[in-house]
Write a protein that binds this ligand. Sequence first.
Ligand SMILES: [Zn+2]
Length: 170
Amino acid sequence: MVAYRVERRTNDDATAGFEETVEATLSDPRGWVRAGFDLVRRAEDAPYLIVLAEGEEVDRLCLPYDTYGKYSCQNGPVVALNADRWRTATPKWTADLPTFRQMLVNHEVGHLLGQKHPRPQCPRRGQPAPVMNQQSTELDGCLPNPWPLDWEVALAARHDRPLAPGPDRR
Ligand SMILES: [Zn+2]
């Protein structure tokens, strides 16, 4: 079981419902559940934290990664999501905002589960992007996709990578 806490360090209407969206995404049967991960939200006493915060705070939480006030990250036990991206997605994103949010959660939690960016990022143009593709930055001809593809599920289902890798393990 992978137990996590969710924290929203913002209080505007546009980020309301963050906690529920994270929980719904991580327990969705289309998600990492398929790879045998039992992701359970706890109010406290969980080893992993998924937090929504403004860019400055995300930058601090993500060090030594550079998130430049706009990116999100997974850094050891912490998944830090950028509140501006949560509010508006990115110019490159061609699907709707709820889908972007699911993608963001599944991508960064994918890192928490030990998954890496695929090479190449878009293996088949015109097909759904791997969820571990850096879709926030560039779709590379792939279609936006918030859920792990079958082969990503198969990779993750091996459970052969350490959870919550730090910067030295990527
Ligand atoms: Zn990534």
